[in-house]
Design a protein around this ligand. Structure first.
Ligand code: SF4
Length: 420
């Protein structure tokens, strides 16, 4: 893949002076980013797994190969054909938004892709983001749930499980538990992990303030896949200021240590603002994440909702390009082979159309209402609806009013619309 960008000249990362031109494996504590031969072998086996699932499902070999190839090719559309992969225990993780392979969850995710590429009448989803609580003691600059924070939670632990079970029937293979601060409901999270049928990878998205070694160990023991910790700057003071809580940076890194030590996967999530984005900051940030043992970094763009409502926070063109360039560097440049794998959802959305709105995922708020995505504050229908599939189908057909396409991406967006 050609990822050259003429606009920005990149210097090599300072902490990686001895990087060879070839990709090499690099182990960071318990989490490992693998490249080279092991990456190629894993990719080959994953591809064979997809073909095998297609053969079992479609019987007709030509149709099976055709659809398997289509599914494999969509990886390129989502910019995940980078030459490295995360490994933990005996599973491989292509990116933050794909379940580990081999696993039942991975296979379920592939069946959702088959449904889309074959334009099957069956409605399925890949994942949900579920805000399980409104409670949170932080005052983050960008909080999308700002208006709802610390309102009473209306869903019991049983309600949470019932909702996830319903989406399990729709084929989901990944759940991101968010909030509020989801670890305020740790016991309920453990109850969910114990109660939901097999076939879903669970991640919890936390501010990282209150995750002890003991809590991390319990999450692991009950089947959590990984923890996403919000870290918005590599400088302590800047992060604390952004989060509105002194000491939050140190606590986030301490929690990261517990996550890695417990054997969970670690990801960091960064709200990349115009003030933050510079090549020096991005490089320093990625180095901190690597040193902490992270397998993934998620770059989120600020949106004018919640605490940022009516503020002009959208990234300017230059910063979007710079962040995009860094995304490619981190994932595809040999000098960064041991660095965490980056995701940049807003970029994928701009280029390929939105994966939310019931196409791949939906957002469920702490009152149990489905939204097109976490940034769209319109409550659409209850997740407990008895006509859930019908509602998701309508959502796909309606789409989301917030979508903004680049002119270049309109064709690929149309391709996605075909599957709606
Ligand atoms: S962004 Fe998360 S951690 Fe920050 S105030 Fe909102 S819910 Fe709390």
């Amino acid at each position: 893949m050609n990822f050259r960008c003429k606009t920005f000249k990149m210097k090599k990362p300072g902490v990686n002076k001895n990087a060879s031109n070839k990709f090499s494996s690099n182990k960071t504590k318990n989490n490992k980013i693998v490249a080279g031969l092991e990456y190629r072998l894993a990719s080959l086996l994953i591809g064979m797994n997809v073909v095998w699932l297609a053969l079992l499902r479609y019987k007709n070999p030509w149709r099976a190969f055709h659809l398997a190839a289509k599914v494999i090719n969509t990886r390129d559309q989502f910019k995940t054909t980078h030459p490295k992969i995360a490994k933990r225990a005996n599973k491989y993780y292509m990116n933050l938004h794909t379940p580990g392979w081999p696993s039942k969850a991975f296979n379920r995710g592939i069946h959702h892709s088959f449904n889309l590429v074959s334009q099957s009448p069956d409605i399925s989803l890949f994942s949900v983001v579920f805000a399980i609580t409104n409670k949170c003691g932080f005052q983050c600059e960008h909080c999308v749930e700002w208006e709802n924070l610390n309102r009473k939670d209306s869903l019991s632990a049983y309600d949470l499980v019932t909702i996830i079970r319903r989406f399990h029937h729709m084929g989901i293979s990944q759940v991101h538990l968010s909030g509020g601060e989801p670890l305020n409901r740790l016991d309920d999270i453990l109850f969910i992990l114990d109660s939901v049928p097999e076939g879903i990878d669970f991640w919890v998205f936390t501010n990282g303030y209150n995750l002890s070694a003991e809590k991390a160990a319990r999450l692991k023991e009950h089947g959590m896949t990984g923890v996403i910790i919000s870290l918005d700057h590599h400088e302590q003071e800047r992060h604390d200021q952004f989060r509105g809580i002194r000491g939050s940076y140190q606590r986030a890194l301490q929690s990261a240590q517990h996550v890695v030590d417990s054997g969970l996967l670690l990801a960091f999530s960064c709200c990349a603002t115009n003030e933050f984005i510079s090549m020096n900051n991005l490089e320093s940030y990625a180095s901190v994440c690597r040193e902490a043992g992270a397998s993934f970094i998620q770059f989120l763009e600020p949106e004018a909702v919640g605490h940022y409502r009516q503020k002009n926070v959208a990234l300017n063109k230059k910063n979007k390009e710079l962040l995009e360039h860094f995304f490619y560097r981190l994932n595809f440049d040999a000098s960064y082979s041991g660095y965490p794998i980056a995701s940049y959802p807003a970029m994928i959305k701009r280029h390929n159309g939105c994966p939310a709105s019931g196409l791949h995922f939906v957002y469920i708020d702490a009152d149990g209402f489905v939204h097109a995505c976490p940034f769209n504050k319109k409550k659409l229908f209850p997740a407990s609806s008895t006509i859930l599939e019908k509602n998701i189908r309508s959502l796909r057909e309606t789409g989301c009013s917030m979508i903004e396409f680049t002119s270049k991406s309109k064709d690929s967006a149309k391709t996605l619309q075909l599957h709606r």
